[in-house]
Design a protein around this ligand. Structure first.
Ligand code: SF4
Length: 467
């Protein structure tokens, strides 16, 4: 399903110049030859800011949707008190380990976190506020499923500290909802969004899916119009992808269901862009649209390469474990299976399954890959000209109208955003080639992304799906 789930930004640690080389801005024209060209290089900066976003994974659903391969479990009964205690304990542990002093946003994703009780949400937020500063203005989002968000639950979530909802509407057509294996009907989704907007005005997002088997362009356009009549100021759109092992993939592979052809999918995406932009939305990321400034701060922190901490089964994180004396940014993944995760948290305070120090090149690759998802692109804290302003793949892509490189940084044109996945291999190739130049591997740190460590991205547990 969710073909695109969100992620991070910019301030690229791509070099202004090599030590002993030219100054900032050098390399804007054809270079003097590989040996003399400026190589990408992190620039020394003060230590990374001690702030982070925090993701919390609730790993349960009542029923598995036909397209879903997320880290979620359908179990007869959930020992919520035990899960709550483990989420609180792991949050404490990881916050202490990261030594962040302030949490910029919190996102409860899943699974279906609206199945958790407000008490659990409150307990986690209290733990966060007890271990770090959680400003009252911080965005606190909860993913909600229309089938588990009656008004009293929503009121409870708001009292617990949630101030933004992301609702997995997916479709406003009952036949499509049945195909997707959703628990709710279109009318229930409408009522849920209306109730949410009453309690979270201006801070209610909806998820929609397109590219469903048998879906026509007209059906999608009608669905979009219906969604526009219902929605608040934020919409996330996801193209259905067939994930291995899902019921829907089996049906399509078995020939029971057709999939829309690629040109129809592109047409649907273009239609969405046109309709939503005409309705006043900013297409600020590949899959995300907002108006009146209602961008998702939490997801922006991924796309901007800020630190984030992942709590809960299978959650991903990117942060520097300064509590261990480290100054290296790590990619961390928590143990996916809830029972095993709880055992680990109970015995050692956390369920971190893997931790990998990311190289400076890997940092840059993530910054590029994720930053280009946004309309602001990869910004120009350092000179991108050194890497992409020289003859190579990026210039070809600029000449073809997919990319822009100017004083504001490197970003996709609208046309380029629609085909970003096909542009990235060439750009990464150019980055890797430039990185291999002499002198490219020295340097210090930069804000938000230690060069001996890393920046953050979270594929598996980032928001933007649909609980
Ligand atoms: S509600 Fe979301 S996480 Fe749960 S099964 Fe459906 S798509 Fe997957």
């Amino acid at each position: 399903m969710a073909a695109v789930r969100g992620y991070r930004r910019a301030a690229v640690a791509v070099a202004a110049a090599r030590p002993g080389g030219g100054g900032p801005g050098r390399g804007t024209g054809p270079g003097p030859g590989p040996a003399a060209e400026p190589a990408p290089q992190p620039v020394p900066e003060p230590a990374a800011p001690a702030t982070a976003a925090l993701y919390v994974h609730w790993p349960y659903c009542r029923k598995r949707c036909s397209y879903c391969n997320f880290n979620t479990y359908v179990v007869p009964a959930v020992d919520e008190a035990a899960v709550r205690a483990c989420l609180v304990r792991e949050a404490h542990t990881l916050l202490r380990l990261s030594q962040v002093h302030s949490i910029t946003s919190v996102f409860f994703g899943g699974g279906t976190p609206s199945l958790a009780s407000p008490r659990t949400i409150a307990a986690v937020l209290e733990a966060v506020a007890g271990a770090a500063h959680l400003p009252s203005s911080a965005e606190v989002t909860l993913e909600a499923n229309p089938s588990s968000m009656d008004t009293s639950r929503l009121t409870g979530f708001r009292a617990a500290g949630v101030n933004r909802l992301s609702i997995g509407v997916q479709s406003l057509d009952d036949a499509e909802l049945r195909l997707l294996g959703r628990e709710h009907t279109a009318v229930e989704a409408q009522k849920a969004v209306e109730a949410a907007r009453g309690l979270f005005p201006g801070r209610t997002s909806i998820d929609l899916m397109f590219g469903l088997p048998g879906q026509s362009r007209d059906a999608w356009a009608q669905g979009l119009e219906a969604a526009l009549g219902l929605c608040d100021d934020h919409i996330s759109l996801y193209q259905l992808t067939l994930e291995r092992g899902t019921a829907l993939a089996a049906q399509v592979r078995g020939g029971t269901l057709p999939l829309p052809p690629q040109d129809l999918l592109a047409d649907m995406y273009q239609t969405a862009h046109t309709v939503l932009v005409a309705a006043g939305f900013r297409h600020y990321e590949v899959s995300n649209f907002a108006r009146k400034g209602a961008l998702s701060n939490h997801n922006l922190s991924y796309w901007r390469a800020d630190q984030y901490i992942g709590v809960g089964p299978g959650a991903h994180g990117r942060f520097v474990p300064r509590g261990e004396g480290s100054c290296s940014r790590e990619a961390r993944v928590q143990t996916p299976e809830p029972v095993a995760w709880m055992r680990e948290v109970q015995s050692q305070g956390h369920g971190t399954r893997s931790r990998v120090v990311l190289s400076p090149l890997e940092q840059l690759e993530e910054v590029l890959t994720l930053g280009l998802r946004t309309d602001e692109g990869v910004t120009h804290e350092l000179s991108l000209q050194a890497v992409f302003g020289v003859p190579g793949e990026a210039q070809v892509l600029q000449d073809q109208g997919w990319l822009l490189l100017d004083g504001s940084g490197l970003r996709c044109t609208w046309a380029g955003l629609a085909v970003l996945d096909s542009l990235l291999p060439d750009l990464l190739c150019q980055l890797q080639r430039r990185w291999a130049l002499p002198g490219a591997h020295r340097g210090g740190t930069r804000r938000g992304m230690d060069t001996d460590g890393h920046s953050g991205q979270n594929v598996g547990s980032v928001s933007g799906h649909n609980g």
